[in-house]
Design a protein around this ligand. Structure first.
Ligand code: NAD
Length: 507
């Protein structure tokens, strides 16, 4: 399908893909802020346009929150936390509400997936996977609500007779800041644990992909979660995001986004000693050894960098292939890359959609030019498609080296940089030679090697003969400049609770 003219967007594009009336009418609404359970305009009436990346057309407008709006949202969240109705819900009641929320998301999967696909540009099938991941995350943390508990203990050296125990108490009002690549699912990674623990929240969704979060807010209302527990402030990162990170009424900030923004969020939070989790960027190495299942590795390496048009924090974006198989492997990989069908997310034929925005498109194309200028060999792709929309070909550079900008910096697009290695030691050295440490992948059938490498690779997740395996039960987060703290798994619960130690003297 080709889009002839941007003006025909609503007539042709939505008709072609049979977008239902419910989605069209949602987009046509004027989207407000969700504060204390009510929908309100931003205090200065400002809005931000929403651009659809396949057509570059404005498809909606969302409210742009001010600091005054933020103050109201924080006050509502504080009231609910400090003695409000939410603070009196039992853990089992919170568990029930999180399941209810998951049920509502499930019942609205089609609409949410369509909105996510339209807003981010991702293929609909990928958006459906995001919604399933969202549902699973709320269900997983629902189960934790009634299982978070402290422990009883014995003093080790202190003389005297005591009863000692710890309590796990919710940390308080949690500020949540989310990026644009997996908006609804990343939000679930933050809210699931926070709500299970009994916290209240103020959310700053990504300014360019807020639509599913706004629809989600309606489901929060419908679920029976009281007003003020989940507040949604759409708008600009530089204003409301920055103010949220530095707000004195926030007890914990949990941020996912780029490393530069994460550092600025961290500085602002530290000013008030606000607790923080920072899930940041990545430039994850993939090591392919000669003893791996090559065809499987080719499929998965391609998926690892081209899924979601490469806009994945733990995308396998740096490829290191053992000398003996480099030429054969790269030949097969290039063939694979050329086979990806590029098109709008709503087109069932599309395997790769546009990148999310003009800024992102320009940034990725800039890196491609840098790669050419630095002398890397362009093996395939490298072009923006000559059509409306932010479409970039799956791109692979060969003969790279670790001194190149394209090998050191996160590109966050469908661009893979590849080079050879000759020994295991060299592969480890090359893989660890980067500021980031979010994930690393090993392809090898040698069990001993897999264990050796899993131990020394500096990354929060190590995938073996697989790419980007994510599950709500397993923690996710970074080493080095990929941030600190973990989302998901029982490990996340420590970051939304304070541990209190109680001493009772018996004599
Ligand atoms: P970004 O850092 O530009 O923005 C992230 C969020 O922060 C957005 O909601 C934005 O509005 C807000 N923001 C912007 N400026 C702010 C400020 N000064 N103070 C507070 N908030 C501010 O990131 P992005 O471009 O939306 O997302 C892409 C980045 O996110 C990539 O670097 C990617 O690797 C990273 N990411 C990391 C993970 C992870 O789990 N580690 C997951 C997804 C994405």
């Amino acid at each position: 399908m080709s889009i002839d003219s941007a003006e025909t967007y609503f007539d042709n594009y939505f008709d072609t893909y049979q977008v239902p009336a419910s989605v069209r009418s949602f987009l046509a609404r004027s989207h407000q802020l969700f504060i204390d359970g009510a929908w309100v305009d931003s205090s200065d009436g400002a809005t931000v346009p929403v651009t659809e990346p396949s057509t570059t057309q404005t498809i909606s407008n969302i409210a742009s929150a001010t600091v005054a709006d933020l103050d109201k949202a924080v006050a509502a969240a504080r009231r609910e936390f400090d003695g409000g109705s939410w603070s009196r819900f039992t853990p089992l009641e919170r568990e029930g509400l999180l399941h209810k929320l998951a049920d509502l998301i499930e019942a609205n999967t089609e609409e949410l997936a369509l909105l996510e696909s339209i807003d981010v540009g991702k293929p609909l099938a990928e958006a459906e996977m995001d919604i399933q991941g969202t549902i699973d995350t709320y269900r997983y943390f629902a189960g934790w609500a009634s299982k978070i508990s402290g422990r009883s203990g014995e003093a080790a050296g202190l003389p005297g007779d005591y009863v000692t125990y710890t309590r796990k108490e919710p940390v308080g009002v949690v500020g949540v800041i989310v990026p644009w690549n997996f908006p609804l699912q990343t939000l679930a990674w933050k809210l699931g644990a926070a709500l299970a623990a009994g916290c209240t929240t103020v959310v700053k969704p990504p300014e360019i992909t807020s639509l599913t979060t706004l629809r989600f807010a309606e489901l929060v209302s419908e679920s029976g979660i009281p007003g003020g527990v989940v507040n949604i402030l759409t708008g600009k990162g530089s204003t409301v995001g920055a103010a949220l990170a530095g707000h004195k009424g926030i007890d914990k900030v949990t941020f996912t986004g780029s490393t530069p923004t994460g550092k600025s969020v961290g500085h602002a939070a530290l000013e008030n000693l606000t607790r923080m989790t920072l899930e940041l960027g990545g430039k994850s190495p993939v090591l392919v050894f000669a003893d791996s299942d090559l065809d499987k590795a080719v499929e998965e390496v391609a998926m690892g960098i081209f899924f979601n048009a490469g806009q994945i924090c733990d995308a396998g974006s740096r490829l290191y292939v053992e000398d003996a198989i480099y030429d054969e492997f790269m030949g097969k990989l290039v063939e694979n890359a050329k086979s990806w069908v590029i098109g709008p997310g709503l087109d069932p034929e599309s395997a790769i959609g546009p990148v999310v925005s003009e800024n992102q498109c320009n940034s990725v194309m800039g890196y491609i030019q840098t790669g050419i200028d630095e002398g890397a060999t362009l093996l395939c792709g490298g072009n923006r498609l000559d059509r409306t929309g932010y479409f970039i070909e799956p791109t692979i550079f060969g003969d790279c080296n670790n001194q190149m900008t394209i090998v050191q910096e996160e590109i966050f697009g469908p661009v893979l940089v590849a080079q050879r290695f000759s020994t295991e030691e060299q592969a480890i050295e090359l893989a660890n030679d980067n500021q980031y440490g979010l994930a690393a992948t090993i392809y090898s059938q040698n069990l001993n090697r897999v264990h050796r490498l899993s131990k020394v690779l500096k990354a929060g997740s190590v995938y073996v003969n697989a790419q980007s395996s994510i599950d709500p039960a397993m923690p996710f987060g970074g080493f080095k400049n990929s941030g600190f703290g973990r989302d998901l798994g029982p490990e996340q619960l420590d970051s939304v609770t304070e541990t209190k130690t109680v001493w009772i003297t018996l004599s």
